[in-house]
Design a binder for this molecule. Structure first.
Ligand SMILES: [Zn+2]
Length: 286
């Protein structure tokens, strides 16, 4: 079966396997001042399944709209399923998982794994430089006041449940002997990743985020940053190739683009290969 992936920015992807369309996250109508993605959510007419990595708005915001417009079934944590049901999706169109399941979603097999969220330095982790949250926010505002106003407007009406992560999940999607690992926030559960490594991935989409995010392994902050974090995940998973996600400037001026090139050599040393994919680019798998 032909399979393609297309990046919609942040950690949202459209995966097509034959005639089946599987969304990985569904955050599509981003801040209007972030780089545009290929379509607005209301324009999307195809979807069979929507896998949600975690419940934050920048992962789930348009899941219910896309599901209602396409007939797709939403797969995610209990909170992610509750969010889309609150927005009118029938319970029969949701599949709740907690990690460890094996779902036959023809033509693919989906294995969820329990994961963790990266630490958000603006909310719950002290700044290594000792700045207060207010001081850091003031620096963000000063960087670009117009962007800061747009970001504040974009996040002003987020439903309360979309400010909770709901227990992140990573997934392996498998078809025709091809395996795709996908992960949408820079945290991991070591035991889950070791479990996932039993199903070696041809391609791993791994989360790296710039700005205020500190990687999290088993609840411990990784102050070395995202390059050693992504390299460490690669050493465990041993994927054929790695593509990054969530490293784009999706919420300027709070976020900024992380240069992919710095990952190439460490990933090569870890026995994998970095592939750099651009926003909106569609490419073949397998
Ligand atoms: Zn999040």
């Amino acid at each position: 079966m032909n399979a393609t992936l297309q990046w919609f920015g942040t950690a949202t992807w459209r995966l097509t396997v034959g005639d089946t369309v599987i969304w990985l996250d569904a955050y599509i109508d981003r801040n209007a001042l972030a780089a545009p993605v290929p379509q607005r959510a209301a324009e999307i007419t195809s979807g069979d399944f929507i896998l949600i990595g975690h419940s934050h708005f920048d992962h789930i915001a348009e899941a219910s709209l896309v599901a209602k417009n396409t007939g797709a079934t939403v797969v995610g944590s209990a909170l992610s399923c509750e969010i889309v049901q609150d927005e009118g999706l029938p319970p029969a169109k949701t599949i709740t998982c907690a990690g460890g399941e094996e779902l036959e979603l023809a033509p693919v097999k989906v294995r969820p794994f329990r994961s963790l969220h990266g630490f958000n330095g603006l909310r719950e982790w002290p700044d290594p430089a000792g700045r207060t949250r207010e001081e850091r926010m003031a620096e963000v505002q000063a960087r670009d006041p117009e962007l800061a106003r747009a970001a504040a407007a974009h996040t002003a009406n987020i439903p309360e449940k979309q400010r909770q992560d709901g227990g992140p999940l990573a997934y392996i999607v498998e078809w025709d002997g091809f395996r795709l690992f996908w992960h949408d926030t820079p945290g991991m559960v070591q035991a889950s990743w070791e479990q996932a490594a039993r199903y070696p991935a041809d391609l791993a989409i791994l989360a790296a985020a710039a700005g205020f995010s500190t990687p999290n392994i088993d609840g411990e902050p990784q102050h070395g940053g995202v390059v050693p974090f992504v390299t460490g995940m690669t050493q465990i998973l041993k994927p054929g190739a790695v593509v990054l996600n969530h490293h784009d400037d999706w919420m300027p001026p709070v976020t900024f683009h992380l240069d992919e090139a710095q990952f190439a050599e460490p990933l090569s040393t870890a026995g994998s290969k970095l592939e750099i994919r651009k926003l909106g680019e569609s490419f073949s798998l397998g």
